[in-house]
Ligand binder design. Structure first.
Ligand SMILES: Cc1cc2nc3c(=O)[nH]c(=O)nc-3n(C[C@H](O)[C@H](O)[C@H](O)COP(=O)(O)OP(=O)(O)OC[C@H]3O[C@@H](n4cnc5c(N)ncnc54)[C@H](O)[C@@H]3O)c2cc1C
Length: 443
């Protein structure tokens, strides 16, 4: 029998969700033991910044959250580079891969997502990478140089981000995307085409409507990836392959337990799972999506932070203190691809005949804007090139403000906060105050 250790608050995952929860716990309980476990070996870091590290724009340390001494200042024990392998809900214990049994009083599952492994022959060859962790970025930076040709499987947000970083270090990049356009989950076809044009100008080859069927080996070292074969038989030689086909909630630890899952772990508005004293947040949990009116995983950083703060508060609150509820979130992505700033949020490609209306600006001077409305409420938006009023439109969406009375202004090129009628302005300001509460200085 291995070592047995006890803690009050056990947080599994050492990233956006767990760190936000630890901070919220410390606001209410300055002394209760907190333990954070992660199978990654680094202190908490900003996952969105791993592309900056790969591109050579920042060091490993510059991706770290919380500042020096964060854990000791907050009285947090860390168990890093160690995986939680078995969860015993009734016995309130977690087994680790080093044989330790860790007993907890309150548990947070902030286990995030795992990269989806595509069903491609040769995927386990050396020279095939994923791009979701700092160690992935370290491995890629070690292997790739200006002479490398890299095939990126998948033209979604991660695929395009890694491609941009690889181009910055001089690599030749070929993106192979199964759909007929890149970024199809985040953008409409117009904005996708704008990003694709930027990628091509930067020297990236984009192949759409095709899939990789096989990763082939080198003649001299058959185990190492040396090229890919597409479904039309085309062969592309390369020195490395990055598999970036998506991420799915990492629910393996809860399978076989009483914790209810659907696509992710099911939680109530207090971020509590179907088992008392067990909470979940971030990419692994399903939360209310206010644009779609349904519950689903929302794998973005701010959602993990806000859910983590709510979970932490509710884990540590004394019985007399009211519980906090999470109002939910929606997909919100802000990125800058080869100098073009883009923001996309909510439903950007609504189903036909679903009662949606689309306000669309013409592409002019590299700028494009699209706002999707349902029953007068904003449910989705894309801003490309000029993102100045994106925050205002997102605010209208977040606060579900009826836009009927100022729809014409909303459609205008020069729409801004000043275009709103006073009642709408006030509601946005009130909401900004509410949200300030759920923010994390870590990002
Ligand atoms: C390349 C990339 C770029 C991104 N860019 C953006 C962006 O620009 N904006 C944005 O909003 N979002 C972005 N995201 C998404 C964002 O990073 C995630 O939404 C966020 O990190 C989720 O935080 P989390 O705490 O839920 O989990 P994660 O950050 O996924 O962390 C979970 C941690 O738990 C560990 N873990 C899991 N299971 C176990 C176990 N059994 N035992 C021990 N440890 C375990 C994992 O190894 C991991 O370290 C990006 C993601 C990637 C990969």
């Amino acid at each position: 029998m291995g070592r047995q250790v006890s803690t009050r608050y056990l947080l599994i995952g050492n990233s956006a969700g767990a760190i936000a929860a630890a901070e919220a716990i410390r606001e209410l309980d300055t002394a209760g033991p907190i333990t954070i476990i992660s199978d990654e070996r680094h202190p908490a870091y900003s996952r969105p910044l791993i592309s900056d590290y790969l591109a050579g724009h920042r060091s490993i340390k510059q991706t770290f959250l919380g500042g020096p001494g964060f854990y000791s200042k907050n009285g947090i024990e860390t168990v890093l580079g160690t995986k939680a392998t078995r969860l015993d809900i009734e016995g309130r214990a977690v087994e680790l891969d080093d044989g330790t049994a860790l007993r907890w009083e309150k548990l947070l599952l902030a286990t995030g997502g795992s990269p989806i492994r595509p069903d491609v022959a040769g995927i386990s060859r050396s020279g095939v990478f994923t791009f979701t962790t700092l160690d992935d970025a370290v491995a890629l930076r070690r292997e790739i140089d200006a002479a490398s040709r890299v095939v990126v499987i998948g033209g979604g947000l991660i695929g395009v981000s890694v491609s941009q970083a690889l181009v910055s270090i001089g690599a030749k990049v070929i993106i192979v995307e199964l759909m007929d356009r890149i970024l199809s989950a985040a953008l409409d076809s117009q904005a996708s085409a704008m990003v694709e044009a930027r990628l091509r100008e930067a020297g990236v080859k984009v192949i759409t409507g095709r899939s990789v069927e096989q990763i082939i080996g080198a003649r001299e070292n058959g185990r190492r990836a040396a090229g890919v074969v597409l479904d039309d038989g085309r062969e592309i030689a390369c020195q490395a392959v990055v598999s970036a086909v998506g991420v799915s909630p990492r629910t393996d630890l809860v399978s076989g337990t009483a914790i209810k899952t659907r696509r992710g772990i099911v939680v109530d508005s207090h971020m509590m799972t179907s088992c008392p004293d067990v909470y979940a947040c971030g990419d692994v949990a399903e939360v209310y999506d206010f644009a779609r009116g349904e519950t689903r995983p929302n794998p973005i950083w701010p959602n993990a932070v806000m859910g983590g703060r709510i979970a932490g508060h509710n884990m540590a609150r004394a019985p007399g203190l009211p519980a906090r509820a999470y109002e939910g979130s929606t997909n919100l992505n802000a990125f800058n691809y080869f100098g073009m700033a883009i923001v996309s949020a909510g439903i950007v490609e609504p189903p036909k005949n679903g009662g949606y209306r689309v306000l669309r600006s013409q592409t002019s001077g590299g700028r494009y804007r699209r706002v999707v409305l349902k029953d007068g409420r904003v449910v989705g938006a894309i801003f490309a090139g000029d993102i100045q009023s994106a925050g205002v439109v997102y605010g209208l969406m977040r606060a579900a403000i009826d836009t009927h009375r100022f729809e014409k202004a909303l459609a205008a090129e020069d729409f801004s906060f000043a275009s709103l009628p006073p009642h709408a302005r006030q509601r946005l300001l009130d909401r900004a105050g509410i949200e300030e509460d759920g923010r994390n200085a870590g990002r």
